[in-house]
Design a binder for this molecule. Structure first.
Ligand code: GDP
Ligand code: IMO
Ligand code: MG
Length: 444
């Protein structure tokens, strides 16, 4: 399950729903930049690293090797769940995941300040620098936190180098290696009971035919390779990232589910063609409570962009979509959908790979009627006002992908399951059989 836009699509809620039928839930990339809100029986859970499946006591939750782990935040998250009566004995952490260190966080923030008006608008959680050290082969891995002599040797050297950057380049005070070594060895001891060879664990689960849900953080347009570079995160949230980040082969993935909001939001800098700087944008922000779970920043809001939607279908090979927050549109008299971009006088339905073109494209809109009545209590497609159903049908047709789930509120029950996203027909099969990709029953 992946985010089909710029993150915050409501993946936390959908993971929680799908986790009911999963034996294992795996986070495969990203770190504490993610913020997933799950509402169950009126209680709100905010998760950054721990998969939302943790709320089911029999579901094994794995933080895979493609993630970057800030042990301090992870341990706080474990403690918070324990205080709420949710045990973490079914949480497992890959020994090859990389560790976000204090200097990563400091450097992330210092680099952003240094970039000035070229800043990316990162979450300031040290994500980019942790992945950069991983690529440079100077990173600290979870297994290193349980090797006192090795960690002391590595960090004495690394922190000497990072202190040069902090002091000479950014005029910041240096860090004390001894304090950090002690602190991180203590984190290692606390994490030790959870640390596993997660790739092996997953392989054994596959062999036992257990259901495994791979949970993407961030979203397709924030992907390091396929997103709106450089305004992206430093990992691969796309479906392909699940294989590398979890340590499994592509033949082990049966289907791919995308999550998209019924409109679009983005946090941080970077181009956003359908962004609204008007009262409608403000209305989406207010009704959708569009403030970041991790940083509290106000999210930028705009109309649904079907060009990036089609791109997400292609890049991830989506079998179906979950459309969330349809209820946020309930009061609007009319709703626009971006169906194409105008670039240098030319109209295209394809996402442009050129950053310059993407930054200068203008949306071509189609306007659909609103429904102007509440949908939060709808539980079947037949309950939906007819224009709401037409809106969903329009999205499915233009993106050429079936909609399996419609979400109309933050809680578990505010959901319409159109078709079983796990056992329903695969998209490729629907097309082979010449079936209408829209699988909803006709409205009478
Ligand atoms: P994630 O990062 O993709 O997991 O998404 P976030 O949790 O950061 O942001 C989604 C927000 O929308 C959360 O506060 C959810 O509780 C809320 N939410 C999810 N689905 C719906 C929905 O269908 N309607 C409304 N109104 N809120 C929703
Ligand atoms: P979830 O999982 C939305 C954005 C940041 C910034 C860019 C790079 O909740 O959907 P980073 O700190 O990763 O180096 O920042 O990516 N970003 C997110 N935006 N939701 C997220 O996660 C995000 N994680 C990172 O705002 O623009
Ligand atoms: Mg979020």
């Amino acid at each position: 399950m992946i985010g089909a836009q710029w993150g915050d699509e409501g993946k936390g809620k959908i993971t929680d729903l799908l986790s009911k039928s999963a034996d294992v839930v795996v986070r495969y990339q990203g770190g504490v930049n993610a913020g997933h809100t799950v509402v169950v029986n009126g209680q709100t859970f905010k998760l950054h690293l721990i998969p939302s499946g943790i709320l089911y006591p029999d579901t094994e939750c794995i933080i895979g090797s493609g993630t970057v782990i800030d042990p301090q935040v992870l341990l706080e998250e474990i403690d918070q769940l324990t205080a709420l009566g949710i045990p973490s004995n079914h949480l497992f952490i890959s020994q090859t995941a990389h560790v976000t260190m204090p200097y990563h966080r400091l450097l992330d923030q210092a680099e952003e300040e240094f970039r000035g008006h070229h800043r990316i608008g990162t979450t300031g959680r040290g994500i980019g620098p942790t992945y950069a050290d991983k690529s440079e082969r100077t990173g600290v891995r979870v297994q290193d936190l349980m090797d006192p002599a090795g960690l002391a040797e590595q960090l004495t050297w690394t922190i000497t180098q990072k202190n040069l950057l902090l002091e000479k380049l950014y005029s910041l005070p240096p860090l004390d290696p001894a304090t950090i070594i002690d602190q991180y060895l203590a984190y290692g001891e606390r994490l030790r009971p959870h640390v596993v060879d997660s790739s092996l664990m997953l392989y054994e689960a596959v062999q036992k035919r257990r259901n495994i849900l791979f949970e993407g953080a961030q979203g397709t347009l924030l992907d390091l390779d396929h997103g709106t570079y450089p305004y992206v995160t430093s990992s691969n949230p796309v479906a392909g990232g699940a294989c590398v980040g979890a340590g499994i082969g592509p033949t082990m993935i049966d289907r791919v589910i995308g999550v998209a909001k019924a409109y679009t939001t983005r946090v941080g800098e970077g181009p956003f063609p359908t962004e609204l700087h008007d009262p409608i944008g403000q209305l989406l922000c207010d009704r959708g409570a569009e403030f970041g779970t991790t940083t509290g920043r106000q999210r930028r809001c705009g109309w649904f962009d079907a060009v990036i939607g089609r791109y997400a279908v292609r890049i991830n090979g989506l079998d179906c979509l979950a459309i969330t927050k349809l209820d946020v549109l309930d009061t609007l008299p009319e709703i626009k959908v971006c169906v194409a971009y105008r670039i240098d006088g030319r109209v295209t339905q394809h996402f442009p790979n050129s950053a310059r073109q993407f930054a200068h494209c203008t949306p071509v809109y189609e306007t659909l009627p609103g429904w102007q009545q509440p949908t939060t209590d709808c539980r079947t497609l037949e309950d939906l006002p007819r224009p709401a159903l037409s809106y969903l049908k329009f999205l499915a047709e233009i993106m050429e992908v079936p909609i399996a789930i419609v979400s109309l509120g933050a809680s578990r029950d505010q959901t319409i399951i159109v078709e079983d996203p796990i056992h329903g027909p695969k998209r490729a099969l629907l097309y082979d059989q010449g079936t209408d990709p829209w699988v909803a029953p006709p409205v009478t």
